[in-house]
Design a protein around this ligand. Structure first.
Ligand SMILES: [Zn+2]
Length: 281
């Protein structure tokens, strides 16, 4: 059933587990998440990126919402990384249960102004808001230690930001990156612990693809209750079609779609077990 993202996260935080938020693009992705969530008896979050929303339009967002609503487990639908007011309005009108009002590319004061405005809008529609303080990078390469540090979430700035904007949950930057980790991930847990001391709201960690189990566990203990997952599921899907292209033994497209769904479902179910959300629906 379609459930408030805030409610899902607060329950997870209270019981020390986290919920996977999976970036989806099409029906196969949706079925993979719903099937995995129902099989694991786990809550889940469906995420849509602005570019995907622009591409799929109202029919794709309707598909995501209806899939969440008809699932046997609690699910929410979240607009990921959006710095565009018009797209946020469109998503809120469609009925998404939360948005990431992403002003992290702006200077602190402008990020605060944008996020505050989007939070008022979202709350008026009964939706909730994730914000980002600090800036999550696409890759670690080519950055000096000082540059990396400068992009990380400052605990005291985060406290001020949350108090003034009224956001419901916060994405932190503690060394996590989008996409692939090319070497052992280095997360600053001391920083996360300081952020936790300043904030009671649910914390979010982006770039969970490739994080080892012990880092996931430590993050959960320090208040992270939403992990964003995109790369690993997407890669599995692409790998399926690449292999299919080489063999072409199967000519029934529907059978291929089902097999692609199953491939993604396996990765998603594994994440749910890793995050501790299995059996928590
Ligand atoms: Zn992200």
């Amino acid at each position: 059933m379609l459930t408030s993202t805030k409610e899902l996260l607060e329950t997870a935080q209270k019981h020390s587990y986290a919920i996977g938020a999976f970036n989806l693009y099409n029906l196969e992705g949706v079925k993979a998440v719903v099937n995995a969530a129902e099989a694991e008896n786990s809550p889940a979050i469906i995420q849509i990126l602005p570019d995907v929303l622009n591409y799929g339009g109202s029919s794709l967002i309707a598909l995501f919402l209806e899939a969440a609503n008809s699932a046997k487990v609690p699910m929410s639908v979240h607009l990921d990384h959006c710095g565009d007011r018009t797209i946020i309005e469109t998503a809120l009108e469609a009925g998404v249960t939360s948005v990431l009002a992403d002003g992290s590319m702006l200077p602190f004061e402008e990020n605060l102004a944008f996020t505050t405005e989007m939070t008022v809008l979202a709350h008026e529609s009964g939706s909730t808001v994730e914000a980002e303080v600090g800036r999550i990078s696409g890759t670690e390469d080519g950055m000096t230690v000082a540059e990396k540090e400068a992009k990380m979430t400052d605990p005291y700035q985060a406290k001020q930001f949350v108090a003034e904007s009224g956001v419901d949950f916060l994405a932190v930057t503690i060394g996590n990156v989008h996409g692939q980790y090319y070497r052992e991930p280095q997360l600053d847990f001391q920083r996360l612990s300081k952020i936790r001391q300043q904030l009671e709201i649910p914390l979010v960690l982006h770039g969970a693809s490739g994080l080892p189990a012990r880092m996931i566990q430590q993050s959960i203990e320090l208040g992270v209750c939403k992990f964003n997952v995109n790369t690993e599921v997407r890669q599995k899907y692409l790998q399926f079609w690449r292999e299919f292209g080489r063999t072409e033994s199967q000519s029934d497209l529907l059978d291929c779609q089902k097999a692609a769904t199953e491939a993604m479902q396996e990765v998603i179910a594994e994440k749910m077990r890793l995050f501790g959300s299995g059996g928590k629906a």
